[in-house]
Design a protein around this ligand. Structure first.
Ligand SMILES: [Zn+2]
Length: 435
């Protein structure tokens, strides 16, 4: 098998850590060696070029090579509703999101949107997403098929909802169970795919549907669960009125076996102390979606509270309420949220939450999130000095921290030169998306 050696400034977190500042590993004149789909070596360029003299070399000295980015919460059918004006969560769903999702009953439309959606991920250096599909089983199959064609490590699921949404988007308790089980058997651990049971959120599922999904969750302890939690104050009041037996919003999910490792809850803005404690005790993960929270006026995520309780946090765009597919820009928005909370959020902490920290939270660190030998060769090549302004800003610095921060505040997809998945280039700035 042909070996490929990439010369660049290389950085990653090889292990799980609570101290990203000290545990980042950086090779300023570094190299990554790839054979087939996997990484076989990482280190200093001059050492690796002698050890792997037969490898074909790509010289990107001065650019940065980082692990492929992980977006821990986003919606593929909402790509077209990004940037729609003026609503908060519940009206936004009704006026923009549900009409867009209805279009996914038409297979050719779902197919074209799956390609467009994954293409936007690749252009921004995102190589794994935890993705909500629509209620449609076929549209979910389409998304998995499209990701499989490029060997992408996708986590996704069919949305389940049988009330409080348009009739055309409703399944039933029984069909949600059957479709989810069928999709799990077809896609979970098939190639690089993983399945996520996906009740949209508590208000759109009946108790009968939640009970049916609880059984599926118990029968499949290693599937993911993804949903929304405590995003908006009106939403929380609504949940409590719909589930009068439950003490709180998280309690609804807990009643139905949905709070556990590999359960990923979007938002978690308005949380009680006891809910934070339960999140930590159960090993569940929060997806912190700053651009979406600001855009919908939902509130400011309390990163200090999550950290204080020891809850795992991963960063996410929440496209389409999120305003960008770009994870570095999303960290930049998270930084601003934390500024308003008077809480420091350094860029290396942000990088951790979109690479190794996310992979560890999702129990995928054997495969993704880092550049360790044995991991899949999923990585992104960045040119931080992609514009006159960023070249000026970064003229006298080689510090990763500084480069990351400048890219997060001043950057966007123009910084992404190449995105590689499993040893193949799938986005190249000059050639576009390579399906
Ligand atoms: Zn969402």
């Amino acid at each position: 098998m042909q070996k490929q050696l990439f010369r660049a400034s290389v950085a990653h977190f090889p292990e799980a850590t609570n101290s990203p500042q000290t545990d980042i590993v950086v090779f300023h004149d570094g190299a990554l060696v790839v054979e087939g789909e996997k990484i076989i070596a990482i280190g200093d360029y001059h050492q690796l070029i002698t050890e792997h003299s037969e490898a074909s070399v790509q010289d990107h000295k001065g650019k940065w090579l980082l692990p492929g980015l992980v977006d821990s919460h986003l919606h593929y059918p909402q790509t077209e509703v990004m940037g729609r004006f003026g609503e908060q969560l519940l009206n936004w769903l009704e006026n923009y999101t549900f009409p867009a999702e209805e279009k996914f009953s038409h297979p050719p439309y779902a197919q074209s949107m799956a390609k467009l959606f994954l293409g936007e991920c690749l252009k921004n250096g995102t190589t794994t997403g935890l993705v909500f599909s629509t209620v449609h089983k076929d549209a979910t199959d389409t998304l998995f098929r499209t990701a499989s064609a490029i060997n992408m490590a996708l986590v996704a699921g069919k949305v389940c909802m049988d009330r409080n949404c348009p009739p055309a988007l409703q399944d039933t308790a029984e069909s949600a169970r059957q479709d989810s089980v069928e999709l799990i058997s077809r896609w979970h651990n098939n190639g690089r795919n993983r399945y996520a049971l996906t009740p949209r959120f508590a208000p759109t599922s009946t108790e009968a549907q939640m009970a049916a999904l609880a059984e599926v969750a118990s029968d499949h302890p290693d599937v993911f669960i993804q949903t929304h939690l405590s995003e908006n104050l009106d939403e929380i009041d609504w949940v409590l009125s719909l589930y009068p037996d439950c003490k709180g919003y998280l309690d609804v999910y807990e009643k139905y076996n949905m709070v556990r490792p590999r359960a990923v809850f979007g938002h978690c803005i308005h949380m009680r102390d006891d809910e934070w404690s339960r999140m930590a005790e159960t090993g569940a993960t929060v997806a912190f979606c700053p651009s979406s929270n600001l855009f919908l006026g939902s509130g400011l995520f309390d990163l200090d509270a999550a950290r204080h309780h020891g809850v795992k946090v991963a960063l996410a765009t929440d496209v389409g309420a999120g305003t960008s597919f770009n994870m570095l820009k999303t960290y930049g928005e998270a930084y601003k949220v934390c500024q308003l909370k008077h809480s420091p959020f350094p860029p290396l902490d942000g990088l951790y939450m979109m690479t190794q920290g996310a992979a560890v939270a999702h129990q995928l660190e054997e495969d993704i999130g880092n550049l360790n030998p044995g991991s899949y060769a999923d990585f992104v090549l960045l040119e931080p000095r992609f514009s006159d302004l960023t070249a000026l800003r970064l003229q006298n610095t080689e510090s990763l921290q500084d480069v990351l921060f400048a890219m997060s505040i001043l950057g966007d997809e123009r910084a992404v030169e190449q995105t590689w998945i499993a040893g193949r280039c799938r986005y190249h700035k000059d050639k576009g998306v390579l399906f």
